[in-house]
Design a protein around this ligand. Structure first.
Ligand SMILES: Cc1cc2nc3c(=O)[nH]c(=O)nc-3n(C[C@H](O)[C@H](O)[C@H](O)COP(=O)(O)OP(=O)(O)OC[C@H]3O[C@@H](n4cnc5c(N)ncnc54)[C@H](O)[C@@H]3O)c2cc1C
Ligand code: FES
Length: 246
Protein backbone atom coordinates (compact mmCIF):
# COMPACT_ATOMS: atom_id res chain seq x y z
CA UNK A 1 0.00 0.00 0.00
CA UNK A 2 1.13 3.59 -0.72
CA UNK A 3 2.85 4.95 2.40
CA UNK A 4 0.80 8.14 2.02
CA UNK A 5 -2.50 6.25 2.11
CA UNK A 6 -4.40 6.62 5.41
CA UNK A 7 -7.79 5.62 6.79
CA UNK A 8 -8.50 8.13 9.54
CA UNK A 9 -11.26 8.15 12.13
CA UNK A 10 -13.17 11.40 12.57
CA UNK A 11 -12.82 12.39 16.23
CA UNK A 12 -14.50 15.82 16.10
CA UNK A 13 -17.04 17.44 13.80
CA UNK A 14 -18.29 21.02 13.78
CA UNK A 15 -20.41 22.80 11.22
CA UNK A 16 -20.93 26.46 10.42
CA UNK A 17 -23.35 27.36 7.62
CA UNK A 18 -21.83 25.78 4.49
CA UNK A 19 -18.60 24.75 6.24
CA UNK A 20 -17.62 21.45 7.84
CA UNK A 21 -14.72 21.27 10.30
CA UNK A 22 -13.25 17.79 10.88
CA UNK A 23 -10.50 16.61 13.20
CA UNK A 24 -9.24 13.11 12.39
CA UNK A 25 -6.83 10.74 14.14
CA UNK A 26 -3.50 10.76 12.30
CA UNK A 27 -0.47 9.14 13.96
CA UNK A 28 2.59 11.42 14.18
CA UNK A 29 0.76 14.21 12.32
CA UNK A 30 3.06 16.89 13.73
CA UNK A 31 6.19 15.05 12.57
CA UNK A 32 4.80 14.24 9.12
CA UNK A 33 2.70 17.22 7.98
CA UNK A 34 4.07 20.59 6.89
CA UNK A 35 1.93 23.73 6.74
CA UNK A 36 0.45 24.32 3.31
CA UNK A 37 0.36 20.63 2.38
CA UNK A 38 -2.95 19.07 1.44
CA UNK A 39 -5.01 15.89 1.76
CA UNK A 40 -6.48 14.11 -1.26
CA UNK A 41 -9.75 12.69 -0.01
CA UNK A 42 -12.07 10.00 -1.34
CA UNK A 43 -15.26 11.76 -0.38
CA UNK A 44 -17.82 8.99 -0.90
CA UNK A 45 -21.21 9.22 -2.65
CA UNK A 46 -21.00 8.49 -6.38
CA UNK A 47 -17.67 10.19 -6.85
CA UNK A 48 -14.53 8.07 -7.32
CA UNK A 49 -12.27 11.06 -7.89
CA UNK A 50 -10.45 12.34 -4.81
CA UNK A 51 -10.81 15.99 -3.74
CA UNK A 52 -7.92 18.15 -2.44
CA UNK A 53 -8.43 19.84 0.95
CA UNK A 54 -5.73 21.76 2.83
CA UNK A 55 -4.40 20.82 6.22
CA UNK A 56 -5.74 23.51 8.54
CA UNK A 57 -4.02 22.48 11.76
CA UNK A 58 -2.23 19.56 13.37
CA UNK A 59 -1.53 18.30 16.87
CA UNK A 60 0.72 15.35 17.83
CA UNK A 61 -1.65 12.65 16.57
CA UNK A 62 -4.47 14.41 14.79
CA UNK A 63 -5.11 16.80 11.96
CA UNK A 64 -7.88 19.22 11.17
CA UNK A 65 -9.38 20.30 7.86
CA UNK A 66 -12.26 22.64 7.07
CA UNK A 67 -14.13 22.65 3.79
CA UNK A 68 -17.01 24.36 2.06
CA UNK A 69 -19.74 22.29 0.44
CA UNK A 70 -19.40 23.07 -3.28
CA UNK A 71 -20.57 20.01 -5.21
CA UNK A 72 -21.04 16.28 -5.10
CA UNK A 73 -17.76 15.35 -3.41
CA UNK A 74 -17.76 17.84 -0.58
CA UNK A 75 -21.49 17.26 0.01
CA UNK A 76 -20.88 13.52 0.50
CA UNK A 77 -17.87 14.18 2.74
CA UNK A 78 -19.86 16.58 4.94
CA UNK A 79 -22.36 13.80 5.64
CA UNK A 80 -19.72 11.81 7.53
CA UNK A 81 -19.84 11.91 11.32
CA UNK A 82 -17.66 11.32 14.34
CA UNK A 83 -16.49 7.67 14.31
CA UNK A 84 -16.63 7.41 10.50
CA UNK A 85 -13.46 6.78 8.50
CA UNK A 86 -11.94 9.13 5.90
CA UNK A 87 -9.79 7.61 3.12
CA UNK A 88 -7.04 10.06 2.24
CA UNK A 89 -3.66 10.42 0.58
CA UNK A 90 -1.65 12.62 2.90
CA UNK A 91 0.27 14.79 3.24
CA UNK A 92 0.73 15.85 -0.39
CA UNK A 93 2.47 18.75 -2.11
CA UNK A 94 5.10 21.31 -1.33
CA UNK A 95 3.94 23.55 1.52
CA UNK A 96 5.17 26.76 3.17
CA UNK A 97 8.84 26.66 4.22
CA UNK A 98 8.61 28.36 7.62
CA UNK A 99 10.50 28.28 10.88
CA UNK A 100 10.55 30.13 14.20
CA UNK A 101 13.29 32.29 12.63
CA UNK A 102 10.62 33.85 10.39
CA UNK A 103 9.76 37.14 12.08
CA UNK A 104 7.31 39.84 11.03
CA UNK A 105 5.32 37.59 8.69
CA UNK A 106 1.84 38.50 7.50
CA UNK A 107 -0.61 35.71 6.65
CA UNK A 108 -3.27 36.86 4.19
CA UNK A 109 -6.23 34.58 3.57
CA UNK A 110 -9.32 34.89 1.44
CA UNK A 111 -12.37 32.69 2.16
CA UNK A 112 -11.55 28.97 2.30
CA UNK A 113 -7.94 29.97 1.52
CA UNK A 114 -7.68 31.20 5.12
CA UNK A 115 -7.82 27.66 6.51
CA UNK A 116 -4.28 26.44 5.64
CA UNK A 117 -2.80 29.60 7.17
CA UNK A 118 -3.57 28.63 10.78
CA UNK A 119 -0.96 25.85 10.96
CA UNK A 120 1.39 28.01 8.87
CA UNK A 121 1.04 30.90 11.35
CA UNK A 122 1.85 28.56 14.23
CA UNK A 123 5.16 27.76 12.53
CA UNK A 124 6.35 31.40 12.33
CA UNK A 125 8.44 33.29 14.89
CA UNK A 126 6.13 36.32 14.80
CA UNK A 127 3.12 36.81 12.60
CA UNK A 128 -0.10 38.73 12.16
CA UNK A 129 -3.01 37.91 9.89
CA UNK A 130 -5.45 39.59 7.56
CA UNK A 131 -8.40 37.29 6.90
CA UNK A 132 -11.10 38.20 4.41
CA UNK A 133 -14.49 36.58 3.86
CA UNK A 134 -17.54 37.30 1.68
CA UNK A 135 -19.74 38.08 4.68
CA UNK A 136 -20.40 37.03 8.28
CA UNK A 137 -21.94 33.72 7.10
CA UNK A 138 -18.53 32.71 5.71
CA UNK A 139 -16.45 34.15 8.59
CA UNK A 140 -16.30 30.99 10.69
CA UNK A 141 -16.12 32.17 14.32
CA UNK A 142 -14.53 29.02 15.81
CA UNK A 143 -11.71 29.14 13.25
CA UNK A 144 -11.16 32.89 13.72
CA UNK A 145 -11.10 32.48 17.52
CA UNK A 146 -8.43 29.76 17.14
CA UNK A 147 -6.41 32.06 14.86
CA UNK A 148 -6.65 34.86 17.46
CA UNK A 149 -5.01 32.51 20.01
CA UNK A 150 -1.95 32.49 17.71
CA UNK A 151 -1.69 36.12 16.61
CA UNK A 152 -3.45 39.44 15.94
CA UNK A 153 -6.10 39.02 13.24
CA UNK A 154 -7.56 41.84 11.14
CA UNK A 155 -10.93 40.50 10.02
CA UNK A 156 -12.41 41.90 6.81
CA UNK A 157 -15.60 41.14 4.90
CA UNK A 158 -16.63 42.24 1.42
CA UNK A 159 -19.92 43.64 2.76
CA UNK A 160 -18.87 44.77 6.25
CA UNK A 161 -21.15 42.31 8.08
CA UNK A 162 -18.16 41.18 10.20
CA UNK A 163 -14.90 43.02 10.89
CA UNK A 164 -13.84 45.87 8.62
CA UNK A 165 -15.54 46.37 5.24
CA UNK A 166 -13.14 45.83 2.35
CA UNK A 167 -10.72 43.42 0.71
CA UNK A 168 -7.48 41.95 2.05
CA UNK A 169 -5.15 43.69 -0.50
CA UNK A 170 -6.45 47.02 0.89
CA UNK A 171 -5.61 45.76 4.37
CA UNK A 172 -2.04 44.98 3.26
CA UNK A 173 -1.64 48.37 1.54
CA UNK A 174 -2.86 50.14 4.67
CA UNK A 175 -0.42 48.16 6.82
CA UNK A 176 2.51 49.18 4.57
CA UNK A 177 1.37 52.84 4.38
CA UNK A 178 1.28 52.97 8.18
CA UNK A 179 4.97 51.93 8.24
CA UNK A 180 4.36 48.32 9.28
CA UNK A 181 5.94 46.64 6.25
CA UNK A 182 6.12 42.84 6.70
CA UNK A 183 9.33 40.85 6.00
CA UNK A 184 7.44 37.97 4.44
CA UNK A 185 3.94 37.34 3.08
CA UNK A 186 2.17 34.00 3.03
CA UNK A 187 -1.16 33.93 1.22
CA UNK A 188 -3.94 31.68 -0.01
CA UNK A 189 -7.28 32.63 -1.51
CA UNK A 190 -9.07 33.43 -4.76
CA UNK A 191 -6.77 34.04 -7.75
CA UNK A 192 -7.85 37.66 -8.16
CA UNK A 193 -6.94 38.36 -4.53
CA UNK A 194 -3.57 36.60 -4.73
CA UNK A 195 -2.64 38.45 -7.97
CA UNK A 196 -3.15 41.75 -6.13
CA UNK A 197 -1.19 40.56 -3.08
CA UNK A 198 1.69 39.31 -5.29
CA UNK A 199 1.77 42.63 -7.15
CA UNK A 200 1.88 44.66 -3.88
CA UNK A 201 4.64 42.32 -2.62
CA UNK A 202 6.69 42.81 -5.81
CA UNK A 203 6.26 46.60 -5.69
CA UNK A 204 7.45 46.67 -2.07
CA UNK A 205 10.14 43.99 -2.51
CA UNK A 206 8.60 41.62 0.05
CA UNK A 207 9.13 37.87 -0.46
CA UNK A 208 5.73 36.30 -1.04
CA UNK A 209 4.64 32.65 -0.86
CA UNK A 210 1.26 31.93 -2.42
CA UNK A 211 -0.75 28.72 -2.28
CA UNK A 212 -2.65 27.94 -5.50
CA UNK A 213 -5.86 26.03 -6.10
CA UNK A 214 -6.40 24.07 -9.31
CA UNK A 215 -8.80 21.29 -10.16
CA UNK A 216 -6.94 18.03 -9.53
CA UNK A 217 -6.99 14.44 -10.69
CA UNK A 218 -4.22 12.25 -9.27
CA UNK A 219 -2.79 14.78 -6.77
CA UNK A 220 0.71 13.30 -7.15
CA UNK A 221 2.09 14.73 -10.41
CA UNK A 222 1.22 12.01 -12.92
CA UNK A 223 -1.95 13.08 -14.79
CA UNK A 224 -0.97 16.75 -15.55
CA UNK A 225 -4.59 17.76 -14.86
CA UNK A 226 -3.42 20.57 -12.55
CA UNK A 227 -0.65 21.82 -14.86
CA UNK A 228 -0.73 25.60 -15.14
CA UNK A 229 1.60 28.48 -16.04
CA UNK A 230 3.17 29.92 -12.88
CA UNK A 231 6.26 32.14 -12.87
CA UNK A 232 6.57 31.83 -16.67
CA UNK A 233 6.67 28.02 -16.82
CA UNK A 234 4.21 25.13 -16.72
CA UNK A 235 4.05 23.62 -13.24
CA UNK A 236 1.96 20.96 -11.51
CA UNK A 237 0.12 22.62 -8.65
CA UNK A 238 -0.15 19.27 -6.81
CA UNK A 239 3.54 18.34 -6.92
CA UNK A 240 5.53 21.53 -7.55
CA UNK A 241 3.09 23.45 -5.31
CA UNK A 242 0.52 24.23 -4.12
CA UNK A 243 2.84 26.85 -2.56
CA UNK A 244 4.99 28.87 -4.98
CA UNK A 245 7.48 31.63 -4.24
CA UNK A 246 7.22 35.08 -5.87
C1 LIG B 1 -4.51 22.35 -2.96
C2 LIG B 1 -5.98 22.62 -2.71
C3 LIG B 1 -6.42 22.83 -1.42
C4 LIG B 1 -7.77 23.07 -1.16
N1 LIG B 1 -8.16 23.29 0.13
C5 LIG B 1 -9.44 23.51 0.41
C6 LIG B 1 -9.86 23.71 1.76
O1 LIG B 1 -9.06 23.70 2.70
N2 LIG B 1 -11.18 23.91 1.98
C7 LIG B 1 -12.10 23.95 0.95
O2 LIG B 1 -13.28 24.19 1.19
N3 LIG B 1 -11.72 23.74 -0.34
C8 LIG B 1 -10.43 23.52 -0.63
N4 LIG B 1 -10.05 23.30 -1.93
C9 LIG B 1 -11.11 23.30 -2.98
C10 LIG B 1 -11.77 21.92 -3.02
O3 LIG B 1 -10.84 20.97 -3.49
C11 LIG B 1 -12.97 21.95 -3.98
O4 LIG B 1 -13.95 22.80 -3.45
C12 LIG B 1 -13.55 20.55 -4.12
O5 LIG B 1 -12.65 19.75 -4.86
C13 LIG B 1 -14.88 20.61 -4.84
O6 LIG B 1 -15.33 19.27 -5.01
P1 LIG B 1 -16.87 18.94 -5.15
O7 LIG B 1 -16.99 17.55 -5.61
O8 LIG B 1 -17.61 19.30 -3.92
O9 LIG B 1 -17.35 19.96 -6.23
P2 LIG B 1 -17.33 19.77 -7.82
O10 LIG B 1 -18.66 19.19 -8.20
O11 LIG B 1 -16.12 19.04 -8.22
O12 LIG B 1 -17.27 21.26 -8.21
C14 LIG B 1 -18.22 22.22 -7.73
C15 LIG B 1 -17.86 23.58 -8.29
O13 LIG B 1 -16.61 24.04 -7.76
C16 LIG B 1 -15.68 24.28 -8.81
N5 LIG B 1 -14.35 23.82 -8.36
C17 LIG B 1 -14.04 22.58 -7.90
N6 LIG B 1 -12.73 22.52 -7.54
C18 LIG B 1 -12.22 23.75 -7.78
C19 LIG B 1 -10.93 24.32 -7.63
N7 LIG B 1 -9.89 23.63 -7.16
N8 LIG B 1 -10.77 25.60 -8.00
C20 LIG B 1 -11.79 26.31 -8.48
N9 LIG B 1 -13.04 25.85 -8.63
C21 LIG B 1 -13.26 24.58 -8.30
C22 LIG B 1 -16.18 23.47 -9.98
O14 LIG B 1 -15.76 24.02 -11.21
C23 LIG B 1 -17.68 23.57 -9.80
O15 LIG B 1 -18.17 24.79 -10.29
C24 LIG B 1 -8.71 23.09 -2.22
C25 LIG B 1 -8.27 22.87 -3.52
C26 LIG B 1 -6.92 22.65 -3.78
C27 LIG B 1 -6.45 22.43 -5.17
S1 FES C 1 -3.45 16.43 -10.21
FE1 FES C 1 -2.45 14.98 -11.49
S2 FES C 1 -0.62 16.03 -11.97
FE2 FES C 1 -1.53 17.31 -10.49
Amino acid sequence: MNKNHYFCEITEKHTYNNLTDFTVAFPDAKKICKPGQFLHILCGGNSFLRRPISICDVSENSLRFIFEIRGEGTRALAEKDEGDIVDMLAPLGHGFELSKKDENVVAIGGGIGSFPLLYAAKNCGSVKAILGFRNSDAAYDRFIDDFRKVCDVALMTDDGTAGEKGFTPQGLEKMIEEGDKPDKIITCGPMVMMEKIISIAEKNKIPCYASFEERMGCGIGTCLCCSTKIGGKMQCVCKDGPVFEF
